[in-house]
Design a protein around this ligand. Structure first.
Ligand code: F6R
Length: 245
């Protein structure tokens, strides 16, 4: 795995954003998988800045988010659809028809999983998959213990995310949210993966994921086996791995 340690948080956002922009410039018809959260929010902001400084053709690119919170509407700010629409799709002028997300209210969620995966994995494997990482090593909503052979499925949000989304978005306690996510096998089919992490709260898990044993207890550790994966880290997230380099 290639490891890039940025000089600062701003440099981290910029370098991560450049990976997305470069892929679109190199292959305008790319399929690009994104993820949401605090880390990628900063990256998306940097991507929009890059685009505004030096616009590039976004008319043919397809983007998707690798996961979605089920049972909340797309208008809710906790929805991955809402976040990606506002952070990336609209600012970059990507046609809405090229923005693929699962339906959070699909009657048959299992069927929705298969439909989503057929559009963005398997024969349509992404050219680039951007991945954040949870403090417990989750990627997408694939929590610790998820089999490496998993395909798209309905997982759960970890307690801290569930609590934060409810608090920030006034989601009632009786709304049961799930995490529809590409499985680990789908993620590994991506042609290129960029794992991004910032902040000292990620330092411990970054060391485990990048230098610990490859284990289903740490879902992100599977990325050690991917032939084209880069980890981009800010100095704080990298503080425990410097000794391994
Ligand atoms: C969400 C997703 C999650 C996040 C992870 C890190 O679409 O894929 O796996 O990437 O929870 O989130 P932050 O950046 O908020 O720490």
């Amino acid at each position: 795995m290639k490891i890039t340690i940025a000089k600062s948080l701003d440099d981290f956002y910029k370098q991560s954003a450049e990976r997305i922009a470069s892929k679109i410039i190199e292959k305008p018809k790319s399929i690009i998988g994104l993820s949401t959260g605090r880390t990628t929010g900063g990256i998306h902001k940097a991507l929009v800045e890059l685009y505004r400084e030096k616009p590039f053709d976004t008319s043919q690119v397809t983007v998707f988010g690798l996961d979605e919170v089920t049972n909340i509407s797309r208008e809710c700010k906790a929805s991955c659809y809402w976040l990606l629409l506002n952070q990336v799709v609209e600012p970059l002028g990507i046609p809405l028809s090229n923005f693929i997300m699962p339906d959070p209210f699909a009657k048959d969620l299992q069927r929705e999983c298969r439909k989503f995966e057929d559009r963005v994995s398997n024969d349509n494997a992404s050219d680039l998959q951007m991945l954040g990482i949870g403090e417990n090593g989750h990627i997408g909503f694939n929590q610790p213990g998820t089999p490496f052979g998993s395909t798209t499925w309905i997982s759960y949000l970890d307690d801290s995310l569930d609590e934060r989304l409810r608090r920030e978005n006034n989601i009632a306690p009786d709304v049961k949210m799930g995490g529809l996510t590409l499985g680990i096998k789908n993620i590994m089919w991506s042609k290129k993966i960029v794992l991004v992490a910032s902040g000292k709260n990620k330092a411990d898990i970054i060391e485990k994921a990048l230098f610990g044993p490859v284990s289903e207890d740490v879902p992100a550790s599977v990325l050690q086996l991917h032939p084209d994966c880069e980890a981009i880290l800010d100095p704080e997230a990298a503080q425990q791995i410097v000794k391994h380099l």
